[in-house]
Design a protein around this ligand. Structure first.
Ligand SMILES: C[S@@+](CC[C@H](N)C(=O)[O-])C[C@H]1O[C@@H](n2cnc3c(N)ncnc32)[C@H](O)[C@@H]1O
Length: 248
């Protein structure tokens, strides 16, 4: 994957308030992450209702994620409000995390490949983690820092990719990232983070699609953790996606 256009946008959005105001609508951002459709949003909504309907009581708070960066929003009759389907995706991931792992209060959380920090914002709207470490390319971290501070979230640790980490985590999250990056980076995260994380949730895209690039296959990912297993991504957003979970 080529991340240059997204990292350029991140740099611009950190420096220039006008770019920051509309960064979610920029094609570099829609290509990278803000491409969730209205219909997928409906699918996320139905999963949230099925798994953790109590989260919907906090939807106004979650929806403040849309107050920055001018995302594309749609009207959802059921919620009686406009919200971006990308924000609904982050809330659906939260619903999955609560379903599999219970409360995220007081956990040491690490997220690999953070976009602009949307998942971190949504988790912090509902829980108070002990620590939240964000790992990404330096330009992306700079945007996430600005974004999260604007949302009043300051209890974060920023780690540039490939920087050595010698610590344990309670929960590792990585959505649409671990399966996009090079095997070298996958090995690095497997050894330094996944091995040291008690629980994990990774939405894997391009599963078994990057064989020529020598990225890890689904079989290799399966055995990363002794108790690791795959569950379907619901709604399925690309044919080969699946979610890898562990609770060892
Ligand atoms: C498709 S986006 C997904 C972002 C976020 N997880 C989400 O669901 O919105 C992939 C992310 O991986 C990041 N990334 C690329 N190479 C990386 C690396 N070597 N280590 C960590 N993150 C990386 C990109 O900058 C981007 O933020």
């Amino acid at each position: 994957m080529i991340y240059d256009k997204y990292t350029d946008l991140c740099l611009q959005a950190v420096k220039d308030e006008e770019v920051f105001k509309t960064f979610k609508g920029n094609t570099a951002c829609t290509y990278m992450l803000e491409h969730v459709t209205y219909e997928q949003g409906l699918g996320y909504l139905s999963e949230i209702k099925r798994l953790q309907p109590k989260l919907l009581k906090h939807i106004e708070c979650f929806a403040t994620n849309d107050s920055l960066g001018t995302p594309q929003m749609f009207w959802y009759d059921e919620l009686n409000m406009e919200i971006s389907p990308s924000t609904l995706r982050y809330v659906k991931v939260l619903a999955d995390l609560v379903t599999h792992f219970g409360s995220l209060d007081d956990l040491d959380i690490v997220e690999i490949g953070i976009g602009y920090g949307g998942q971190c914002k949504i988790i912090n709207d509902y829980f108070v983690p002990k620590s939240y470490t964000l790992i990404d390319l330096p330009e992306v971290l700079a945007l996430a820092k600005k974004y999260l501070i604007c949302h009043g979230i300051e209890n974060i640790v920023l780690r540039s990719h490939r920087s050595l980490l010698h610590r344990d985590y309670d929960l590792c999250i990585s959505n649409y990232c671990f399966t996009e990056i090079s095997r070298q980076d996958q090995n690095f995260y497997a050894k330094n983070i996944i091995e040291h994380s008690a629980k994990g949730y990774m939405t894997c895209n391009y599963l078994d699609q990057r064989i020529k690039e020598r990225a890890m296959t689904s079989k290799e990912i399966w055995v990363l953790k002794k108790d690791g297993f795959f569950v379907p991504e619901v709604p399925l957003t690309a044919p080969h996606n699946a979610i890898y979970l562990w609770t060892s």
